[in-house]
Design a protein around this ligand. Structure first.
Ligand code: IMP
Length: 191
């Protein structure tokens, strides 16, 4: 069965195709969708559902979509659903990190978590899968790998930031890795 992952990211596509055996996963580019799907929801759950619904209704193909946020406890869950554009401009990683560190400066509680929600649209039904990794925010950036807030996030039980870990080590414990594992289990166990 063909299924769409609402992403243009070739790495995400390759990764999931390696673990799914019963499905061929195609991306937005493969189905001819070049537009930026608006993320107008106020929660990760809403946004991932908006994206999956958009693709299924417009292109008539089963689809899953993910949305991720960094939730900082002392900042009441911010930047959360606004993680990509926390400092204003979309995906300006360094500006986002600097604003987060400034806002967290006066707080002693550095607890945070990454949370991913995947919405799957399949045969008229919606299914959601959540993945969480707990950790802390550090004020000095460390590591060159990864993206986003990786240089300032240390997962619980480790002493390296996500940006210091190999992609394999990060995927094995990450929010996205955990949500994807639940999705894969669901899809592979369907009869
Ligand atoms: P998206 O939903 O995957 O597009 O993620 C939204 C934003 O959250 C990204 O632009 C990043 O700022 C942040 N983010 C998501 N996943 C990660 C991650 O694995 N590490 C660091 N930042 C992330």
């Amino acid at each position: 069965m063909r299924i769409c992952f609402a992403t243009h990211n070739e790495n995400k596509l390759r990764e999931i195709n390696q673990i799914l055996s019963k499905y061929e996963v195609v991306g937005l580019t493969d189905i001819g969708c070049r537009e930026e799907i608006p993320e107008t929801g106020s929660t990760l759950s809403e946004n991932s559902k908006i994206k999956a619904d958009f693709v299924t209704s417009k292109y008539g193909i089963p689809c899953f979509a993910d949305d991720t946020g960094l939730e900082v406890e002392a900042l009441n869950g911010d930047p959360g659903v606004y993680s990509a554009r926390y400092a204003g401009r979309d995906r300006d990683n360094l500006a986002n990190i600097n604003l987060l560190l400034k806002n967290l400066e006066t707080h002693s509680n550095k607890t945070a978590r990454f949370r991913t929600v995947i919405t799957l649209n399949l045969e008229g039904n919606t299914h959601q899968f959540e993945g969480i990794v707990n950790g802390i925010i550090v004020s000095v950036l460390k590591g060159e790998k990864g993206f986003g807030y990786d240089p300032i996030f240390i997962p619980e039980g480790y002493d390296q930031t996500f940006a210091e870990m190999s992609a394999e080590s990060k995927n094995a414990i990450s929010h996205r890795g955990r949500a994807v594992a639940k999705l894969v289990e669901f899809l592979e166990n369907r009869v």
